[in-house]
Write a protein of this length. Sequence first.
Length: 65
Amino acid sequence: MSGSRSTPARLTDEQRQILRDINATRPVSDEAANWAVQAGYAAQAEDGDIDLTQAGRQVVDSSTL
């Protein structure tokens, strides 16, 4: 075992880009937004706004290192 820190699931480049776009408040397709919400990486408000969850932020932060 190489430590107790959990790592995010393997994501495709396209999925990582979706999360980066959400983080930067760039528009994403409904399909992309739905994937991010269902995967637990984003949350969507009643007014349609979407933002990353802590898990989504962790993925974006780790991909910029």
